[in-house]
Structures are given as structure tokens and as C-alpha cells.
Ligand binder design. Structure first.
Ligand SMILES: [Zn+2]
Length: 267
């Protein structure tokens, strides 16, 4: 692990392949946004073939309503602000959701075991979209490329089946293909911070993120942890961190409400 980090830092220096994440962290980025977006789109089409799409119209409407409100608040400084985002609800007991580069969001019906209202779903989707905005997939693909895993994002995007599983794992949807490759702790914290900002800017109650993670902690313990529970920080640490962030995002929420951003998504 340490070795990989060192080689990552070296590549940063030698290849000038460094970028800065939204929270000011240095990142190794070896792929173009276009390549990773194509990979996300290809993987999503694959998932749509493999997974059952829910026929529950009410819940599908609800999920799209919350997702729309979130993606509308993506700052213009990101490539993704003008992206055509698409959202699907998959019929599966997995307590999970994901967002992919290329502008695709998937929610599993099992997530409703943990989500009781629009604000809690906004917390999940804010977190997942934040992974995309912070280019975490690109970072992870770059690290595996450097570690000599031999996966070429462009080939996977073109549909070469032998690259599909590692590619999907790198995108954070590995649980669906039997390989779970969790995001790192730093990436998780970054997604938590950015996700909380996004939900507040969309007019969702940020304190509901805490309730969401508490629900998650209660129902976790299954054999496949969902993406957002799959790595440390521990639930309690995460809840403490989010509580600390609340003061900082409350003004964003207040302003959003003043601007009339009052989502009313129901299921
Ligand atoms: Zn995550």
C-alpha cells in the first residue's frame, strides 16, 4: 500500500499527471475525463442489461426528483454541471446506490430499507455524485494502472469484456460483478464533505445525513457492505465528522430555501 503511494507521488512529479481535488488534495490523474466518462457510460449500459429495472413508478419518480435537485446544484466549474444525467432504479435487495462518470446514477430498491425521506436519499446521492465530481474513479484507475494491474480504461470503454470487471470495480460498482474495491478513507471523507454541501445547496435538510448514516449503521452487517459503508471511517467516526460539518453547510441550506429551492419529492 505504502509502496503504491510512493510510486503515485513519484509519477506525480515525473509525469506531471497531478490534479487538485475539490478539497485541495493532490491527485494522480492519468486518464482524460472523456475516457473515464465513456467507461462509466459503457458500464451503466452493461448494468442495465444485467440488473432488473424497477417497475415501481412512484419510487422511480421519487428517486429522479431527488437526483434532479442534486445535479442541478453542481457548480459550473465542474464538467458535469451541463451533463445530461440519467437515473435508474434497479430492483435489488442491495442497500446501495452509485453515480458514474458520464452522468449516470443507479439506486437499488434495497436502499429504501435505510432511506425514510427525501433528505436521506439526497444525502446518499450527494455523496455518490461527489465521488464523480472529485474524479475518484479516475484517481483509482490511475493508481491501478500504475500498480501494473494492466487495465486500460480506453479498452474497457470500447467493450473488451476482459477489462470489464476491474473497470466496474474501479468505478465503485464492483459489488455487482463480485469484486468489491472500496474507495479509500480520504476519498470517502471528501465525498461526505462535498455531498453534504450539494444536498444543502439543493435545499435538503443536511442534518438528515446523520440520520441516514445512523440507519445505515443499524442495518449493516450483511455480507456485501454497500459502497458507502464499505470502508472506514467507522460509522461513528463518520457521524461525528458530519456533525462537525453541519455548521458550515447550514448557511448554504438557509440560502437555498430563501432562493425557493424547496424540493418536495415523495414516495
Ligand atoms: Zn463513497
Amino acid at each position: 500500500m505504502k509502496k503504491r503511494w510512493i510510486s503515485g507521488a513519484l509519477a506525480c512529479v515525473l509525469l506531471v499527471a497531478c490534479a487538485t481535488s475539490p478539497t485541495g488534495r493532490r491527485q494522480l490523474i492519468l486518464f482524460s475525463d472523456g475516457e473515464v466518462a465513456q467507461l462509466g457510460l459503457t458500464s451503466f449500459e452493461q448494468l442495465k442489461k444485467e440488473e432488473k429495472i424497477s417497475t415501481d413508478k412512484k419510487k422511480t419518480r421519487f428517486v429522479r426528483c431527488v437526483a434532479d435537485a442534486i445535479v442541478h446544484q453542481i457548480p459550473a466549474s465542474y464538467n458535469y454541471s451541463t451533463q445530461d444525467w440519467q437515473v435508474e432504479l434497479f430492483d435489488s435487495p442491495d442497500v446501495n446506490a452509485f453515480a458514474l462518470p458520464g452522468g449516470r446514477i443507479g439506486v437499488y430498491t434495497g436502499l429504501f430499507k435505510a432511506v425514510n425521506n427525501q433528505d436521506q436519499l439526497a444525502a446518499v446521492l450527494g455523496h455518490e455524485v461527489a465521488h464523480v465530481l472529485a474524479r475518484h474513479s479516475n484517481e483509482r484507475l490511475s493508481q491501478s494502472q500504475l500498480a501494473g494491474v494492466g487495465m486500460v480504461a480506453a479498452d474497457a470503454a470500447l467493450g473488451d469484456a476482459s477489462y470489464r470487471e476491474p473497470a466496474m470495480a474501479a468505478l465503485g460498482i464492483g459489488a455487482q460483478v463480485g469484486v468489491l474495491l472500496p474507495y479509500g478513507r480520504i476519498q470517502e471523507t471528501e465525498a461526505d464533505v462535498l455531498g453534504l454541501q450539494l444536498m444543502a445547496m439543493a435545499g435538503f435538510k443536511p442534518e438528515q445525513a446523520i440520520s441516514l448514516w445512523q440507519n445505515m449503521a443499524q442495518i449493516s452487517g450483511g455480507k456485501k457492505p454497500p459502497e458507502f459503508l464499505s470502508t472506514h471511517p467507522s460509522d461513528q467516526h463518520r457521524i461525528d465528522e458530519l456533525s462537525r460539518q453541519l455548521d458550515a453547510v447550514t448557511p448554504l441550506y438557509t440560502k437555498a430555501r430563501e432562493l425557493g429551492r424547496k424540493p418536495q419529492c415523495q414516495f
